[in-house]
Unconditional design. Structure first.
Length: 729
């Protein structure tokens, strides 16, 4: 028989075993029960795996529990007797530090010994070992991401807690709280990058030197995929438009005065920043100008006809001015006695406080005061004739340490008696005009705080373009000054150069008039110069030498000057001659006049440079030793990108140059400055042409690019055999 409704021939389904089709029931876990247990019923288990002290101290944890209570229960299990029965006591295998903190509070009478403690209790007969629980509690937990902590501190600050309160609550110094709040204030886009491990903590710290989120993101986008993403490079980019607080202008005004005027300052909370950076440059310049004007007014009140002020004066600012004779006020007997008393007091204070690594504040203040008083005795004020003061002037500037620097006693040609310009150049051997004109009223100083105008940005392109005219002039001014120092240090070369000129004048076709002896030295001034030149070693050498001679020469009496020179010994005569001849050296570039009506012709310019090479070779001049280094200001920021790459390629190699190709010009110039700092590289106007074509005759350490580019010298002058060729020129 077939079942109703089933068709003939249809097979019945096979029987299915019930045990194979029913899904197995999921085993539900049971969590350990929790209960409050009196503290005196708890004992610290020897099964706790934490044996080494770590993180915050027990005392700090106790204070935290006293403030906010116990945030995490203890893990306990009953203590069993020999028969396996519970004794009423409980072991604490996990949570030992919390237990010790609670015990400390009990000993301090701040917590009752029977106070209930929240506990999670493991059954005594559990298969899980006590050591297992202890290890798991200390390993199965994830540390808080630093960014979460930064943001948590920020939230607490926004909800009204002070930085000191946050520091006290989490047992960290206030400086740490300030640092973490500063990190939390970085641009949100960068915080997300840091959260996703796309940025190192040190890099994030570098971005805190600027509060400009847009600039932060801009810098990160520029460096994130380059090798220029080190923290120091990020800091440099973010502060390139600011002024460091150790700048002479900031020291002069005072950071307190700047901030009192509403000026913002940026600090680096993570590194020694020497006071940070000044952000409002315009305000700083205004304060500097006002304070300089006040100082100038005080100097003018002494009776000077004019006072000229500036942040710093260019090398050569006193060219054409006569430096007045001066003498210092003599000390009286009472002055000598007072000076000796101050010296004795100074020595006694040092002896009494010799055991201190750092003098007490009152002692330090008195020592500084004594030092200042002694300096006044050692450097008494200069005395001038009142008639000279009425026609002379002074220069007021800012020294490197931020103090006022005053140089008095310069007379302009138009202020000389009878309009006669009896000119003696300045003690610095300067070489540009310093007269101030008649624009200011008598006794009123002219305050000028200016900066050179920026040159227009050039279209780089791919070709190596000629150097700008002004840059050529600045570079050759550097070389002229270095040659001046080198010739003055080599009397034999100076004599040769002078005789050479006399021979040309004697046997040539040139005409001179107006003097008994028409051999003369006309001091060459520099129409343009880089900012680093006045503070160079050669500028200091020339200035010191000139001041030494000027202090000895009797310039007021022509007969006395003749007798003084006539009585010099041979070596001194040679040295004075070399010094004077050196001021007539002119290795400056200037634009040739194709019509030769004024200025120098192209042929004359070539002859000038050939003679400069000859002098450099004869004196052994090395521009690197003279102090020139390629910087953004004096070369790299003034030329096109192809020239920057060419400089890096020649100085440190093709591989380094390729690393810079993708950078913007400003970044490229700054990085090139770092790479070329100690390379010995020089631009073409500062290099020394090498005689001869034979490679074997070239110095062994001459770079290939100089050997290939060195031109022939065909002036026919024999090289000085005693002076080695200079490879780095």
């Amino acid at each position: 028989m077939f079942a109703a409704g089933r068709k003939s021939g249809e097979r019945l389904p096979a029987p299915v075993a019930e045990t194979t089709t029913m899904a197995k029931a999921v085993q539900k876990i049971t969590l350990s029960r929790s209960r409050d247990i009196p503290f005196d019923k708890l004992v610290l288990s020897q099964s706790n795996v934490r044996k080494v002290k770590a993180d915050i101290s027990i005392e700090e944890l106790a204070e935290d529990i006293a403030r906010r209570g116990l945030l995490q229960s203890l893990n306990v299990r009953p203590v069993l007797d020999d028969d396996g029965q519970e004794t009423g006591m409980f072991d604490v295998p996990a949570g030992g530090r919390r237990y010790l903190a609670l015990a400390l509070l009990v000993r301090q009478k701040r917590l009752a010994k029977t106070a209930p403690v929240p506990c999670v209790m493991r059954e005594g007969a559990s298969d899980i070992l006590a050591e297992d629980d202890s290890l798991a509690e200390n390993t199965q937990r994830a540390a808080l991401h630093p960014l979460d902590q930064f943001r948590a501190f920020q939230t607490l600050r926004e909800k009204g807690q002070s930085e000191e309160e946050i520091a006290a609550a989490f047992f960290v110094p206030v400086t740490v709280v300030k640092q973490r709040l500063k990190l939390a204030s970085v641009a949100p886009e960068l915080l997300e990058v840091y959260a996703e491990d796309g940025m190192k903590l040190e890099q994030l710290m570098a971005f805190t030197v600027s509060s400009d989120h847009e600039r932060q993101v801009q810098v990160w986008n520029a460096v994130k995929d380059s090798w220029q993403n080190e923290p120091y490079q990020i800091r440099r980019k973010l502060t390139e438009t600011s002024i460091r607080c150790n700048d002479r202008r900031v020291r002069f005004v005072g950071i307190e005065a700047y901030e009192a005027a509403g000026g913002p300052r940026t600090r680096d909370l993570f590194e020694d920043d020497n006071g940070g950076w000044i952000d409002d440059v315009a305000l700083l310049e205004k304060l500097v100008a006002e304070k300089l004007k006040t100082a100038a007014d005080a100097i003018a009140a002494e009776g000077w006809k004019w006072v000229s002020t500036d942040i710093s004066f260019a090398y050569g600012h006193t060219q054409g001015l006569r430096w007045l004779p001066r003498k210092c006020a003599e000390l009286r007997e009472e002055d000598y006695a007072a000076r000796e008393a101050l010296r004795n007091e100074f020595e006694e204070l040092e002896a009494e406080n010799v055991e201190y690594e750092q003098y007490p504040d009152h002692v330090e203040a008195r020592l500084r005061e004594i030092d200042s008083l002694l300096d006044a005795y050692e450097n008494p004020p200069e005395l001038f004739d009142p008639e000279d003061v009425a026609r002379a002037g002074a220069f007021v500037s800012i020294a490197q340490d931020g103090s006022i620097e005053v140089v008095r006693g310069y007379v302009r040609p138009e202020d000389e008696p009878g309009q006669e310009a009896h000119i003696a150049t300045s003690p610095q051997g300067d070489a540009t005009g310093g007269a101030q004109g008649d624009e200011a009223a008598a006794g009123e100083p002219e305050v000028t705080v200016g900066t050179p105008a920026a040159e227009p940005e050039e279209d780089d392109g791919d070709a190596i373009k000629p150097l700008p005219e002004r840059l050529l002039t600045e570079l050759t001014a550097w070389r002229t000054l270095a040659l001046r120092d080198a010739v003055a240090s080599n009397p034999q070369v100076a004599i040769t150069a002078l005789i050479h000129r006399l021979v040309i004048d004697t046997f040539g076709s040139g005409m001179n008039s107006g003097r008994c002896l028409e051999a003369f030295v006309r001091e060459i001034h520099f129409p343009a110069q880089s900012e680093d030149m006045p503070n160079s070693p050669v500028a200091g050498s020339v200035g010191e030498r000139h001041q030494a001679w000027a202090s000895d020469l009797p310039l007021e009496d022509d007969e006395a000057l003749w007798d003084w020179i006539a009585n010099l010994d041979g070596a001194s005569r040679m040295a004075l001659l070399a010094h004077c001849v050196s001021f007539g050296i002119n290795a400056l570039h200037e634009k040739p006049n194709p019509y030769s009506g004024y200025g120098v012709s192209a042929q004359g310019l070539e002859r000038r440079f050939a003679e400069a090479d000859r002098l450099a070779r004869a004196t052994g001049l090395d521009m690197i030793e003279a102090g020139w280094r390629p910087t953004v200001d004096n070369y790299l920021g003034r030329v096109t990108k192809p020239r920057i790459l060419e400089a890096v390629r020649e100085g440190v190699g093709e591989d380094r140059a390729r690393l810079l190709e993708h950078l913007k010009k400003g970044d490229m110039a700054r990085e090139a400055e770092r790479l070329l700092a100690d390379s010995g590289w020089l631009p073409e106007p500062l290099r020394l042409a090498i005689d001869g074509d034979d490679p074997a005759a070239q110095p062994a350490d001459l770079p290939d690019f100089l050997i290939e580019d060195a031109g022939d010298n065909t002036d026919g002058v024999e090289a000085n055999a005693d002076v080695p060729a200079i490879a780095a020129e």
